[in-house]
Design a binder for this molecule. Structure first.
Ligand code: FAD
Length: 460
């Protein structure tokens, strides 16, 4: 068997990675990134987790390698890289470096994608995109709303108004990765002409000086470097071209870029955490010896079975992520942003249902794998010093990050059984079956009272 030529530190070997998916340039990038993770990102990860420190130092290191502009086209000074490469980079950061950084970086790639979708005639967006590496300009996505929880597509507490000089924007976000530390934010609010229709959403660009955050209050089981606390934008006046795309573009932006980049890259992060846990397990169990029987822990078939099952499951998850990323590359000619100058060119949207499945699978798998690797390392795994305990806490974020896994399996099951039209994101279509069934339960008097109420409402 020909093992791929790839630098790997200790841990599960490169022959267990789908290196054949990468171009020679991407393999070289991966090797350089692994080296950077070993020297810089991983030591910072431990400090970030212990002291809740935002991993800006890691972003500076990534910028020095030109990685903040990974998917930005070459004409704007970026690397012009593909979805497959983005998945590889996030997985590598999570595996060899720092999961918190990998998640902040995922949000940065999502923000870049939202800007790139509509940058063509927008000098403000182009200016930021050109400077992301040189000035270490970290982007993020601020969507989740305190009133609607994980239904991040429903920004009930946010709105925008048209003014003589642009827009006045009000945003309340319950969670924002890199909140208060990112330099620029893509936020979503209802549109200035919204009129009660919550599917009418718009995206805006705001900068660090225009938001309020309270990072000192950030706390969480894991992903402690993320600083994913609430932020607000309190009636801030912003320029006309801080509107990202046309008014009402929010739903298209969600389905075409925000969701696809988040779902694929965050899944790559969960896979990277699984691999990191298996790397630690290999290093520990091949060194620890039980002198009574003269065996290493790795010599027990039980431990081999743990690693075998987890590697098979994780490579199934990685196959899913890379399949989806490759499909996105095929649909977009390798993540070419120029075709989006045509406003309704929305190729990624066609396979969004596949991306839901990818995220569900990866974030379900990570909790299983990290738990099993902790078991394989015994009491030593339970202690923070080995590093699995931190990965276990970090991996737990996957299931609850929106779209949560409860929501995703509902979407998939419901759409598979009844069609996509029944998903009703914005609570707009009446479920006649439920309505009729509830009405059946009413007495004559209750029906009459209800009918009067409805008539009064209709007349009003
Ligand atoms: C580490 C981390 C980083 C984050 N970063 C960001 C970010 O950068 N930007 C951002 O916008 N958000 C971010 N979020 C927020 C995230 O996307 C979710 O919005 C958040 O985790 C939801 O928490 P909640 O308490 O509001 O959950 P709730 O929505 O109240 O959910 C509670 C329970 O109800 C379930 N549930 C909710 N709706 C349904 C439904 N329709 N059907 C069935 N079950 C349902 C949920 O799955 C869950 O089990 C982050 C979250 C975490 C943990």
């Amino acid at each position: 068997m020909n093992a791929p030529t790839q630098i790997t530190p200790t841990g599960i070997g490169a022959e267990w990675s789908p290196q054949w998916l990468l171009t020679p340039e991407q393999r070289a990038l991966q090797a350089d990134l692994i080296a950077l993770c070993e020297t810089t990102l991983r030591p910072n990860a431990i400090e970030s987790d212990k002291k809740y420190i935002y991993p800006r130092k890691n972003f500076e290191a990534l910028a020095s390698m030109g990685l903040l502009s990974l998917t930005i086209p070459k004409e704007l000074g970026g690397r012009g890289e593909s979805h497959v490469c983005a998945a590889m980079v996030v997985e590598t950061i999570a595996r060899y470096g720092c999961p918190s950084t990998a998640m902040c970086y995922t949000m940065h790639l999502g923000a870049c994608a939202a800007a790139l979708l509509r940058h063509h005639d927008n000098e403000r967006l182009k200016d930021i995109l050109r400077r992301v590496d040189a000035d270490v300009l970290i982007g993020t996505l601020s969507y989740s709303d305190p009133e609607t929880g994980s239904h991040f597509w429903y920004p009930m507490s946010s709105r925008a108004e048209r003014t003589d000089n642009g827009w006045k924007v009000f945003k309340k976000a319950s969670w924002t990765t890199s909140g208060g530390f990112a330099d620029w934010y893509i936020i979503q609010t209802t549109s200035p002409d919204f009129g009660g229709d919550y599917s009418n959403l718009s995206c805006f660009l705001v900068t660090k000086d225009q938001i309020h955050a309270d990072p000192a209050n950030w706390d969480g089981l894991g992903m402690r470097g993320n600083q994913s606390g609430p932020i607000s934008v309190d009636g801030v006046d912003i320029a006309p071209d801080a509107l990202v795309g046309p008014i009402g573009d929010g739903a298209k932006s969600n389905d075409e870029v925000v969701d696809p980049f988040f779902l694929v890259c965050s899944s790559a992060c969960w896979n990277g955490i699984c691999l990191a846990a298996m790397d630690i397990t290999k290093n520990h169990t091949t060194r620890k010896v039980h002198n009574d029987v003269g065996m290493r822990v790795a010599d027990y078939p039980t431990i081999q079975d743990y690693v075998g099952e987890c590697l098979i499951d994780t490579n199934a998850s990685r196959s899913y992520v890379y399949l989806a990323a490759k499909a996105l590359d095929d649909l977009t000619d390798g993540c070419d942003w120029s075709a989006h100058a045509t406003i309704d060119h929305l190729p990624r949207t066609q396979i969004l249902n596949w991306l839901w499945q990818v995220k569900f699978f990866a974030s379900k798998n990570v909790t299983f794998v990290v738990d099993k690797m902790l078991h394989a390392c015994g009491g030593t795994g339970y202690k923070p010093a080995l590093g699995i305990e931190r990965l276990l806490r970090d991996g737990k974020a996957g299931w609850v990050m929106g779209p949560t896994n409860e929501v995703l399996r509902q979407f998939v099951g419901k759409a598979a059984l009844l069609g996509f039209e029944v998903l009703d994101y914005w609570n707009q279509s009446v479920n006649q079956r439920v309505l009729n069934n509830e009405l059946k339960k009413m007495s004559k008097d209750e029906k009459a009272a209800f009918a009067s109420k409805l008539l009064a409402e209709a007349q009003a």
